[in-house]
Ligand binder design. Structure first.
Ligand SMILES: C[S@@+](CC[C@H](N)C(=O)[O-])C[C@H]1O[C@@H](n2cnc3c(N)ncnc32)[C@H](O)[C@@H]1O
Length: 267
């Protein structure tokens, strides 16, 4: 299954209304030192990477498998002394290169999280820190899940949607995440799933949905049958209508995301 954010790369930062506050929280939790060498894994267009650059005078590297995202990241941080590479967490191959690995809103997309964690463990120096923020639980956002359920139930889209295979990796409990990271050589300091609530107009919620979730829901590689332009358009229409309904009379959607915040040390 190929996940590619390139088609949404140019709009990603404008639509990343829920990822950026979460990135700021993760940055606070990680307490990056002023000389730390830091890897931003799944860096996207590099907004958090640019913040990391302001914290440390050490080496700052961003890695992402999407060529479009890396192109955006390079353009947005010219002259800042950040290195970017196209690559996935599963391909990360370096030994004791970093003091900190920061990973915001990307872990759920990893096709092989266990391999990725082994690679992170190898890439960190002894005592180095890994910080992960990612949507968690199968119902990672009740609003998105409800909207997509309408697609599943609609006679225009239901049959094709039954061929959709979700690409995301989610665990249901803090203990399950803790166990996974510990299995790969980490000592977990904090593993917390928070229900993060924010209020947005239905249009903003649709932009948030379009800024990341569609890289799965409308990804041809996530279906074992063809999807055509008509399906894509009707899918978007149904989801948009669902967000308008969720806003009800008050005009704003109470958007909920279950988010994992995890900080671990390499033993
Ligand atoms: C929602 S964006 C988050 C980008 C950035 N970390 C941020 O907070 O703005 C998710 C990113 O994960 C990347 N990604 C997907 N699969 C990945 C993998 N296997 N390894 C590393 N990054 C991956 C995507 O290309 C995308 O840029």
């Amino acid at each position: 299954m190929k996940i590619d954010f390139s088609t949404i790369a140019a709009r990603y930062e404008a639509h990343s209304l829920v990822q950026m506050p979460a990135a700021d929280l993760l940055l606070d939790l990680l307490e990056i030192g002023s000389a730390d060498d830091v890897l931003d894994l799944g860096c996207g267009s590099g907004k958090p990477t640019r913040k990391i650059r302001e914290i440390t005078r050490g080496k700052v590297v961003g890695i992402d498998p999407s060529e479009g995202m890396i192109k955006e990241a390079v353009e947005k941080s010219r002259g800042m002394g950040i290195s970017y590479e196209v690559g996935s967490a599963e391909e990360l191959d370096c030994e004791a290169c970093f003091d900190v690995i920061f990973c915001n809103s990307a872990f759920q997309w990893f096709s092989d999280p266990e391999r990725a964690l082994d690679n992170c463990s190898r890439a960190l120096r002894k005592g180095g820190k890994l910080g992960v923020q990612a949507p968690a639980k199968k119902v990672y956002s009740p609003n998105f899940v409800e909207a997509v359920q309408k697609v599943a139930e609609d006679p225009r889209t239901g049959e094709v949607f039954s061929h959709f295979k979700a690409p995301w990796f989610f665990l249901e409990t803090e203990a399950a995440y803790r166990e996974l990271f510990e299995k790969h050589g980490f000592r977990v300091l904090l593993a917390k799933i928070e229900s993060v609530k924010t209020a947005h107009t239905p249009e903003e919620v649709f932009d948030i949905f379009s800024g990341a979730a569609v890289a799965g829901y409308l990804n041809r590689d996530c279906y074992d049958s063809e999807i055509d332009a008509g399906y894509v358009e009707t899918f978007r229409e149904i989801v948009k209508e669902a967000f308008v309904r969720q806003a009800g009379g008050q005009g704003e959607v109470n958007l909920v995301f279950n988010r994992l915040f995890l900080v671990a040390f390499k033993e």
